[in-house]
Structures are given as C-alpha cells and as structure tokens.
Design a protein around this ligand. Structure first.
Ligand SMILES: Cc1cc2nc3c(=O)[nH]c(=O)nc-3n(C[C@H](O)[C@H](O)[C@H](O)COP(=O)(O)OP(=O)(O)OC[C@H]3O[C@@H](n4cnc5c(N)ncnc54)[C@H](O)[C@@H]3O)c2cc1C
Length: 448
C-alpha cells in the first residue's frame, strides 16, 4: 500500500520534511523538555492544514504511528519511530474583538494569544506559562491561574479544525460534530491533529495577582493556614502554593538563589482595592518574605507563576486531589518541608472548585471537575530522572491515598515512568464515548 517516498512527501508539502541525520532534523524534533530526545523516522514541519493531511496520509499508507508536537512541553516520552508532525509554524493569532473570540493556529502559545487580546481589553483563559502551547493545554482540560473564577481553559473552546487519522479535515463546532468538540475539550490524546482553534475571550478590565513568598522556617505555618483558608475561599479568587528549592546559580535572582521558599500564587479578576482586601488573610498566614502581589496588567496574566520559558530538562508528575486537610499538610511537609533533602525542585498544590466544577453547556471530556485540588512534582536534575525521582514520587504518593481523586486529568497526570497503586481513571461513560470517537476518527490507531 506504500505509494509515496519521503522525497515524494517533501514535494507534496509546503513545509519541511526531514529524516534523521539531515541538517535541521535535531532542531526540529527538539522541544521544551531538553531531557527527552525524539528520533522519529520522519518529521514534517507543517505550515498548513494541507501539510498535515499529506503527512497523515503518508504515515497511514505505511502503517506508522503519528505524533504531534507544538512546543514539547508535554512530551515526556521520546518519539522513537513513525512520523512526527510539528505545528510550531502555525502560530497565527487573530482577534475578533466584536465577537470576543480568538482564532489561533496549532503552534500558538498562550503568550501570543494574551498579547494579541490585551489591547482589546480581552483575555483568554490561559495557562500558567506563556510558552505552553494553546492546543496541547486545551486538549488536557487546562487549569490556569483563573480556574476558580473562570473554569477550565477547554470550557472556552468554541471550534476546532482537525485532521483525522483517515487524513480528512473535519470541523468541530456547536453546529457540526458537536461530539468531537465535546471530546477536544479535555479528551487528549488520540483524536487527530488539531490545526486551528477558536476560543472565547473574556473581558478582564482589572487583575490583582502575583505571588507572596514565605521563608523556609515558615513553610509549615503558611501551608497549614492556607489549607484552612481554602475551606472558605472567595469564589473569585484562585490560589496555589508551591514549595520551591531555588538553585544556587547566578541565573536565579539573589532574593531566591539557593533558598527553599513557599510561594503562594494569587489571582483575582478585579480591582486593586478589592484584591488587597481579599488577599489580606493570606498576607497574615505567616511573616511574608517577599510580597510580589499587586495590580497586574492583563498582558501579564500568563506570568503570575513565573514558569521557566525553557528549554530545560524536566521530570513532571502529578494528579488530582479530592480534598486536602491538616493531615495532608503533615505528609507534604515530611517530604518537601523545611530541612528535608528530597529530589524535587518544586512541589505544588493548586486550588480548584467553583467555576472549575461546572461543566459547559454541551458538556466536555474534561477530567477532574470533582477534584478540589491538583498536585504536581517537578525535578530538573537529569541524574535523578531514572530512579531517584520516581522512587521519591512513589514514597510520597503512597501516603496520599486518602486524598487522591479517582478522576484523571490529562495535564496533571502521573509521569509515564511511575507506578501507582491507586490509579486515577476517566469515568466509564466518558471513556466509552472517547473510545467510540477515536475508532471513528482514527480507525487505524495512528494516534493511539
Ligand atoms: C512549564 C509548564 C507549565 C505548565 N502549566 C500548566 C498549567 O498551568 N495548566 C495546565 O493545565 N497544564 C500546564 N502544563 C501542562 C501542559 O498544559 C501540557 O503539557 C500540554 O500538553 C502542553 O502542550 P504543548 O502543546 O505546549 O506541548 P507539546 O509537548 O507540544 O504537546 C503535548 C501533547 O499535546 C497534544 N497536542 C499538542 N498539539 C496538538 C495538536 N495540534 N493536535 C492534537 N494534539 C496535540 C499531543 O498529545 C502532544 O503530545 C504546563 C507544562 C509546563 C512544562
């Protein structure tokens, strides 16, 4: 059934087609996670939906698997065979201010959408990092700094253009293929390659946001008081905490360098007077070491977390938590609190609930709406990726059993290299509907 050679494919696509050893191949397959080296048999640097169609048809004719990367932020497992489509050149963003909508190519990053929307007084419901890809984030649900006031990012997905495993172009909108739109809202992976999305934007006249930092000696007090505060937290306020061990390197600014701090991120979509009033109990959790919480330009909405823009070597694992309480704090402090010597660069807990718990009209495949918190563990020292981090993760997670949510979320999942005794799952009806859609749109399992 093989009909075209790699050079035939190169003639059919406007973008670049590369094989291992060719100039530009290593750069094209590289992503945000510098620790994962991809070696597909062919990489297609797509510049249009038509390029993606040709790439998928080529792979299908050979019975190859197809992977798709935009930024490589979520690429924790190496692509070692088959065909890789890279979408980073499809990075156009158009704003329709009248309709409060953005159209973004599959290579767009949140920073680009935020910057394009801000001059119109509008904002997307973006992720914590400006360099994360819009499509990969939305397909996993998307938990951003405004998740409690505005819900999951995927709740704002209005339409998508998808190249299926059969190499066909399908539109998913509220009027056409509504079931596919339902699936693309959080149902990653395995449905096809999205080449463009249309998103609903929100008005964001003011934003009070940023971080408070607490020194190592106050981590436990701040964590415990924050957990108590979340029980009655205002519905419009989204917070999260992370214990971060900032490396002692010149790249890290002096106030952080070499210190273990608890950072508390805060976001309130409103003015500074109300924001300061709502933040007052958090400023009183424990003595504040650094106060970087203030009125923030809308254009900085994706910078509240100050995530690295990469590329960096990264090991990430996480999950959803049904609840947290003071016993949870005891476990977390034992593993990552003051004076401990574990391998994690950061251990994070994000607060959900409120808008995140409400599904959109028409529904979505978003996982974890019933969870009240997420947790995430990050390591950046490659020598610890093989065993030290997975072992430390296993020890910590084995003690979290009673707080873990049974619901899985695509962006807050266990690292593929860890084994969990309690596995979060996609609820059976959602799983069955997704499996049916995958069979219909990817009959040969190219994306499975
Ligand atoms: C620094 C950092 C901060 C993060 N912050 C958040 C956060 O605040 N909230 C949150 O929810 N998640 C967050 N994440 C997780 C992130 O949303 C996921 O890893 C997401 O998959 C990244 O998408 P990407 O396109 O940037 O990455 P990629 O590695 O390029 O893509 C990841 C996966 O997404 C799918 N995908 C990407 N593009 C397409 C496409 N065009 N068509 C079909 N499938 C596609 C594929 O399965 C691909 O393997 C963060 C990750 C990092 C590294």
């Amino acid at each position: 059934m093989t009909t075209t050679s790699v050079s035939d494919l190169a003639a059919l696509v406007a973008g670049t087609v590369l094989e291992p050893g060719q100039p530009g191949y290593d750069q094209e397959v590289a992503g945000f996670n510098a620790a994962v080296v991809h070696r597909p048999q062919v990489v297609v640097a797509a510049t249009s939906t038509a390029d993606v169609v040709e790439a998928v048809r080529f792979a299908r004719a050979r019975g190859w698997r197809v992977a798709v990367h935009s930024t490589g932020h979520g690429a924790h497992v190496a692509v070692e065979a088959g065909l890789l489509v890279t979408t980073r050149r499809l990075d156009g963003v158009q704003i329709d201010a009248g309709l409060r909508a953005a159209t973004a190519g599959a290579g767009a990053r949140w920073g680009g959408v935020v910057a394009s929307a801000a001059p119109h007084g509008l904002a997307p419901i973006a992720g914590s990092s400006p360099s994360v890809g819009v499509v990969g984030f939305l397909l996993g649900g998307g938990i951003g700094p405004l998740v409690r006031s505005h819900g999951f990012g995927a709740d704002y997905l209005m339409a998508a253009t998808l190249v299926t495993g059969a190499g066909e172009v399908v539109q998913a909108t509220a009027d056409q293929n509504l079931d596919l739109l339902w699936a693309l809202r959080g149902g990653k992976p395995g449905l096809g390659i999205v080449t463009e999305v249309r998103l609903r934007l929100v008005e964001l006249p003011a934003l009070y946001a940023g971080s408070l930092f607490f020194e190592e000696a106050h981590i436990e007090a701040a964590l415990r008081s924050w957990i108590a505060w979340t029980a009655e937290a205002p519905s419009q306020v989204t917070t999260s905490v992370a214990v971060v061990r900032f490396p002692a390197v010149d790249l890290v600014p002096p106030p952080f360098r070499g210190r273990r701090l608890l950072t508390l991120r805060f976001a309130y979509p409103g003015d500074a007077t109300d924001g300061a009033r709502l933040a007052a109990p958090l400023r009183a959790l424990a003595p504040v070491y650094l106060d970087m919480l203030d009125a923030l330009p809308i254009a900085d909405v994706a910078r509240i977390f100050n995530d690295p823009s990469g590329p960096v070597p990264a090991w990430v694992s996480g999950g959803m938590l049904a609840k947290v309480d003071q016993d949870f704090a005891t476990v977390l402090v034992r593993h990552v609190g003051a004076g401990t010597d574990g391998p994690f660069l950061a251990a994070e807990v994000r607060h959900l609930g409120e808008a995140a718990a409400r599904d959109v009209p028409g529904g979505s495949a978003v996982g974890g709406r019933s969870a009240l918190f997420t947790f995430g563990l990050i390591g950046t020292n490659p020598t610890s990726f093989a065993t030290t981090l997975p072992d430390a993760e296993a020890r910590l997670v084995s003690e979290l059993g009673r707080w873990l949510s049974p619901e899985a979320n695509g962006n807050f999942a266990a690292h593929p290299g860890v084994r969990r005794t309690v596995t979060a799952i996609v609820p059976a009806p959602v799983r069955a509907k997704l499996a049916d859609l995958r069979r219909r749109h990817d009959p040969d399992g190219l994306f499975g």
